[in-house]
Design a protein around this ligand. Structure first.
Ligand SMILES: Cc1ncc(COP(=O)(O)O)c(C=O)c1O
Length: 365
């Protein structure tokens, strides 16, 4: 008899579940200020909460194929029909569905680093090979479209780029998206944060011309519904139809569908969240811009990345200093020979003012 470990596919062996220590900590101690995961500090709007209540009462029922909300999303994005839209349990699940449809073990995924970690995690689960193309660090971290195009091989099955990028907060030029789209390789443009700058910045128009382009979105960020888990992808209807075949039936709960529809219709609540976050990002950037040796990466998302290396500071020390004072910051792993990186997601007004004081105090030591 073989032992059970021998039945697992080789590429899953040794992989660890994703656990965010800071998330664990934040739920254990609710007094900690969550400024590490690009959430929105405002609680769901009244209309969303009403919808939750309404749909909770229908919790004994299976949902339908969500044509109503998919059509709403198509309308918001100037697309023809619900067939251009596939929904998921957060946009992470949508990434997973797309990867499953495209990757065989050893096939390649091109990502642009630093970036959101889920592309790597889901690629690993499928035995794919991750090809990471670093952004170019001059004064700021810049996109490297040539690097991405040059990395394409016969085994490249998908390219994924966030726009604006997390954690750098910047946008890539439209002409570079077009150049990558023209390669024909399936191309996910992750627009998790695009609503903060406005949908005018979206690359959704490329879908009509390039069948390989998919636009990934989420309600976790500007809509402020991270805990509800609702994401979607926009694309050509044949492509979406094919990927939809991998969707688990009822992958999005009835309650989340109700909450998400209410949130999409509640344009005032979206505006309120966007205005609040944008002004707090500006406040944080402005308040810290005069610290000698602190590089600030100007952000179009709900987070700001910093590099304290030139001031001789380490990101993990900033995060530890903040944690002692009740604030959770994110400290990415060292990169570009610098241990100085840290990222702050705006929290409440009060938390943001405290964060600014803490960073100033730390850098004055
Ligand atoms: C670029 C990017 N895409 C997607 C997500 C996650 O979205 P969701 O909560 O919809 O899975 C994040 C979360 O931080 C992100 O930074």
């Amino acid at each position: 008899m073989k032992n059970v470990e021998q039945y697992f596919v080789p590429w899953i062996k040794g992989l660890k579940p994703y656990i965010s220590e800071y998330c664990e900590l934040a739920w254990q101690d609710m007094s900690l200020q969550r400024m590490m995961h690009n959430e929105t500090p405002l609680e769901p709007s009244k209309k969303v909460l009403e919808a939750v209540n309404k749909y909770a009462k229908l919790g004994n029922r299976y949902s339908d194929s969500a044509k109503v909300i998919r059509q709403e999303i198509a309308d918001i994005n100037g697309l023809e029909s619900h067939e251009n839209v596939l929904i998921g349990n957060g946009s992470c699940e949508v990434v997973d569905m797309i990867f499953r449809c495209l990757l065989l073990p050893e096939d390649e995924v091109i990502q642009h680093t630093p970036c959101f970690g889920i592309y790597r995690l889901r690629c690993n689960v499928l035995g794919g090979k991750l090809v990471s193309i670093p952004m170019i660090y001059k004064d700021q971290l810049e996109y490297d479209p040539d690097g991405i195009i040059n990395a394409i091989t016969d085994r490249t099955k998908v390219i994924v780029i966030a726009n604006p990028n997390n954690p750098t907060g910047n946008f890539m030029d439209e002409k570079d998206f077009v150049r990558i789209a023209k390669t024909g390789v399936p191309f996910i443009i992750d627009e998790a944060y695009v609503e903060f700058a406005g949908l005018e910045r979206s690359m959704v128009k490329l879908i009509k011309k390039y069948k390989n382009v998919m636009i990934l979105r989420t309600l976790s960020k500007a809509y402020g519904l991270a805990g509800f888990r609702f994401g979607y992808v926009l694309g050509d209807k044949d492509v979406i139809g094919q990927i939809s075949a991998s969707r688990l039936p009822w992958n999005v709960t009835t309650i989340t569908l109700g909450a998400a529809l209410a949130a999409l219709e509640d344009t005032e609540a979206l505006q309120e969240r966007r205005d609040f976050v944008n002004s707090e990002v500006k406040f944080i950037e402005e308040s810290l811009k005069d610290i000698p040796g602190l590089t600030i990466f100007h952000s179009h998302g709900n987070y700001v990345l910093f590099d304290g290396a030139k001031a001789g500071k380490k990101g993990k020390d900033v995060a530890a200093f903040a944690l002692e004072r009740g604030l959770l910051f994110n400290a990415p792993a060292p990169m570009y020979d610098s241990e100085g990186f840290f990222r702050i997601t705006p929290g409440t007004k009060e938390a943001n003012r405290k964060a600014v004081e803490i960073v100033k105090e730390f850098f004055s030591k």
